[in-house]
Ligand binder design. Structure first.
Ligand SMILES: *Cc1c(COP(=O)(O)O)cnc(C)c1O
Length: 426
């Protein structure tokens, strides 16, 4: 009898309690349009749930037939629309709904919350980030520093992986926080690093930052819908995220933000305000004085983009139905299967830079093809032509992210079969 060095994907799929969810999605096709692609790119843009077509159709019908009355009438009135999604969103990030809001998009929310929570003084002015921070975050932070009259060369502290390493060490981050405790105003880090897929120790790093007197904010773009989160228990100050990656909220979908309950009732700092953050009971009295809503909702600016919010309601319902704990269990099994099969079949050719410990990674595996960038780039391009959709991050990383809602163990096996073929002929 033939024994494989890794489990049989057919059996794993047969025993998968979440397998029915795959049928709820329209999965993208291969570039030649022929067959369903192996879609492993939900870390960049989640695929579309079937039910979105119907819901958007109904939304357009409401607009067409009700016009302005759609704000108050119809199956899903627009004024409370984003607010009705806050409870399931808050459940996914482990927070009280009062401390969560859906508004704008990620980078805009980062600016809004930095406007309130980055308050440099002559002695406490520095911001700590990681050296590989996502470009939009770097631009936002650099521009906030300049906006506040700070020189980024003096006020920006970066923590990097050690030479020759790809991953950040918690101890190094904490040591940097402690070494700069007197002058640190803000620590801003990613819950999951986008390039390597590394999960950071949000609780431990947040505790160190707060002990040092700094405010701590988290960019959860790659964490939400990927790993279980307990924002309230972790005692952070604020967080921002997008909903179009792991959450499958659709391209350009409305973003999310969290503000700690510490600021819920009496936030004394500055805030960039808009009418949607005004107390809902008197918003339409159109008074000149701004009276914020309690909690995170007080940071809203504008009436929400309904067409960029509706798909998220479908996605959040799917997540609630599947359950984040079950999703996480399958996710760990998917990446574990991928890792074992990779090591057995391609260990000499491909290095996985994502942490091996399940607790330190989410769905994403970041692969480095040995032999340099040109070879890796060829393999990546041909992978796409063969219908395996991952993505590329400079200088030399192929990211694949098997998602427990819609990917199968068979997807992972198929992707690795094709990868093995391509590595052999490149
Ligand atoms: C995806 C991502 C963004 C994207 O920002 P948008 O404002 O939604 O375009 C920003 N930061 C990080 C870390 C991301 O992963």
């Amino acid at each position: 009898m033939l024994t494989l060095p890794f489990p049989d994907p057919v059996l794993l799929d047969r025993d998968d309690p979440l397998r029915r969810f795959r049928e709820r999605f329209e999965l993208p096709r291969a570039p030649d349009g022929s067959a369903a692609a192996v879609y492993l790119c939900g870390n960049s843009l989640g695929p579309m749930p079937h039910a979105v077509r119907m819901l958007l159709g109904e939304t357009l019908d409401d607009w067409a037939t009700l016009g302005v009355r759609g704000h108050h009438e119809g199956a899903r009135p627009w004024i409370p629309y984003a607010g009705t999604l806050v409870a399931p969103m808050a459940a996914l990030v482990g927070a009280d709904p009062l401390d969560v809001v859906l508004m704008n998009t990620l980078t805009a929310n980062l600016h809004l919350l930095m406007a309130s929570f980055y308050r440099p003084t002559p002695t406490r002015y520095a911001v700590l980030i990681e050296s590989g921070a996502f470009p939009s975050d770097q631009y936002a932070i650099d521009s906030q520093l300049r906006f506040h009259g700070q020189d980024p060369a003096a006020a920006l502290i970066t923590v990097a992986p050690r030479p020759g390493e790809d991953l950040l060490r918690t101890g190094d981050i904490v040591a940097q926080i402690e070494a700069n405790a007197g002058r640190l105003a803000l620590v801003l880090l990613p819950g999951v690093q986008y390039r390597t897929g590394q999960v950071l120790d949000i609780a431990g790093i947040s505790a160190a930052a707060r002990a040092g007197g700094a405010v701590v904010g988290w960019d959860l773009a790659h964490a939400v819908g990927n790993i279980p989160l307990s924002l309230d228990a972790w005692d952070i100050d604020f967080a921002v995220w997008c909903t179009y990656k792991y959450l499958c909220g659709g391209p350009g979908a409305i973003g999310g933000a969290y503000v700690s309950r510490r600021y819920r009732d009496a936030f004394a700092g500055p805030r960039l305000a808009g009418w949607w953050g005004h107390d809902a009971a008197t918003r339409f009295a159109m008074g000149a004085e701004f009276r914020p809503m309690t909690g995170a909702a007080g940071w809203q600016l504008s009436n929400p983009p309904i067409l960029a919010t509706a798909p998220l309601s479908i996605a959040l319902a799917l997540f609630a139905e599947a359950g984040m704990q079950s999703l996480r269990m399958k996710s760990v099994a998917l990446t574990g299967f991928a890792q074992t099969a990779l090591a057995a079949r391609l260990g000499g050719e491909i290095e996985c830079i994502t942490p091996a410990a399940p607790g330190e990674r989410g769905c994403q595996l970041s692969l480095r093809v040995r032999g340099g960038r040109d070879r890796a780039r060829r393999v990546f391009t041909q992978l796409g032509l063969r219908g395996v959709i991952g993505d590329w991050r400079e200088p030399d990383v192929i990211r694949i992210a098997p998602h427990p809602l819609y990917n199968t163990f068979g997807d992972v096996a198929a992707a690795l079969d094709i990868l093995a073929e391509l590595v052999a002929c490149n």
